[in-house]
Design a protein around this ligand. Sequence first.
Ligand code: CA2
Length: 158
Amino acid sequence: MMSNRKRETSKKEPRILVIHGPNLNLLGKREPKVYGKTSLSKINQLIEKEADRLGIQVTIAQSNHEGELVDLIGSAKGSYHGILINPAAYTHTSVALRDALAACGVPAVEVHLSNIYAREEFRQHSLTAPACVGQVSGFGEASYILGLQGLFRALKKR
Ligand code: CA2
């Protein structure tokens, strides 16, 4: 089951699907030194505020389950113009998420709170980033805002 219900801002275009991967629901409760003190709910508020500023409609979802994330990405085709995704730990392990991102054909931007390239070796490789138009890593919650702005620019150029 998805741990968060989907949150949606008012109807406008472009429509962006924001996907948070496993354990991001724990933000603000544990590991503040690595991931900061900001909760996922607060990050979602910041994303919605920036989306309003840019005139973007966002739908936000979180799941701890790989198959559900695959289904969410698959559901984006025909319904959303872009995907903003933090695949969390699946970044480093999931061929299924990479294939889903490549197959759906919806432009995606990958974001990370921490700088994955300055962390343990196993986090320094992203399987999912090559299926995205770009990646933002290391700016805390601002990674989502910068990623949304980058995605918005990429969509305008299409
Ligand atoms: O830096 C990021 O955004 C990550 O995607 C976060 C993932 C990690 O596996 C990636 O390597 C980098 C972890 C998300 C889980 O966040 C937690 C938050 C609080 C307590 C425990 C985990």
